[in-house]
Design a protein around this ligand. Structure first.
Ligand SMILES: Nc1ncnc2c1ncn2[C@@H]1O[C@H](COP(=O)(O)OP(=O)(O)OP(=O)(O)O)[C@@H](O)[C@H]1O
Length: 304
């Protein structure tokens, strides 16, 4: 079996860049082919070039995993992860977060593979998360924040910028063909894993092997309402809020009167007024640790 290691030197706010020489060397010493990405999109191209059946290891954060995934989805290739990004929610979902990189690399190259559900939105694959509405607006606004703002201050700047101009779009949500909501919509998350945004437990009940997307709707919220629910969200206690609803299904369709931003695994998607998300049960082969971040048993063997 061929083993490919794809290293994004821009991930982890430069940390991967500093480690990249050591990572490429370690990978090659273990018989793998190792590559540095040269810019956005390159990881997808490389992953697509790997031969059928290869194990392809993404070294970086959720953006790197998402790009590699686009080159693997629907093939017989296997995704491994060495999480050194700033968020790492995909690795968290697999129970891999916190491993020192040499151990994570060893595991990604040689540990047994497993199968998890694969998400698809408007034809694009996602591993852990899909967010439509407010959270994607914040991610989009963060891109244009002043360059001296980094990390959390950058997101707070973006968050309050979005809140200032908050106008909720009217959304129509269908889960498995049934309309579950029509009205003002703050956000919709369709999740394979429990967390997005670097550890925010938006869907604590999500399981990457249940063959379903866990859908969380935040319906009509005022500006103070958004501020007040944030601490509850960070603790995963938001589901009992009267304006929050949760569903599970294989297909979610969300329609708006105008295009609304969305992100998949934290990467902004082409803006659309209609999003259709579906799950391919156990449709992705990965090298995991254990499913979920809450100390579950190891994932079972892949299905044929
Ligand atoms: N050589 C490169 N130079 C600049 N950017 C790159 C390069 N290769 C990939 N990228 C881009 O780097 C971005 C960030 O990568 P990634 O998301 O993995 O890191 P991160 O932001 O630290 O992690 P996280 O998403 O977990 O917070 C990706 O969107 C990818 O397109």
């Amino acid at each position: 079996m061929e083993r490919w290691v794809i290293v994004n030197p821009a991930a982890g706010r430069g940390k991967v860049g500093r480690l990249s020489g050591a990572i490429l060397k370690a990978a090659r010493e273990r018989g793998a082919k190792a590559f540095l990405t040269e810019g956005p999109g390159h990881a997808t191209e490389l992953a697509a070039q790997a031969p059928e059946g290869a194990r392809v290891v993404a070294v970086g954060g959720d953006g790197t995993v998402h790009e590699v995934l686009q080159g693997l989805a629907g093939t017989g290739k296997v995704l491994g992860v060495v999480p050194i990004g700033s968020g790492n929610d995909f690795a968290r979902m697999l129970g891999l977060k916190g491993l020192p990189w040499p151990e994570a690399l060893e595991r990604a190259l040689f540990a047994p593979e497993e199968a998890i559900d694969l998400g698809l939105v408007n034809g694009e694959a996602f591993g852990a998360s899909l967010g439509i509405g407010f959270d994607a607006l914040v991610a989009k606004r963060a891109l244009s924040a002043p360059p001296f703002l980094r990390g959390m201050p950058r997101y707070l700047y973006a968050l309050f910028g979005v809140l200032k101009d908050l106008r909720l779009p009217e959304g129509r949500v269908r889960v498995d063909g049934e309309e579950v909501y029509r009205g003002p919509l703050l956000l919709l998350a369709a999740m394979n894993g429990p967390m997005y945004g670097g550890g925010i437990p938006i869907a604590p009940m999500a399981e990457p092997q249940d063959g379903l997307l866990s859908v969380v709707l935040a319906r009509s919220f005022t500006r103070p309402g958004v501020v007040l629910i944030l601490p509850r969200l960070l603790l995963g206690r938001h589901l009992a809020h009267p304006q929050v609803a949760a569903f599970a299904g294989r297909e979610v369709v969300l329609e708006f009167p105008h295009p609304v931003p969305a992100h998949a695994d934290g990467e902004l998607l082409p803006e659309s007024a209609r999003y259709r998300a579906e799950v391919r049960p156990l449709g992705l082969r990965v090298v995991g640790g254990r499913a979920g971040a809450r100390g579950r048993e190891p994932l079972p063997a892949p299905v044929a």
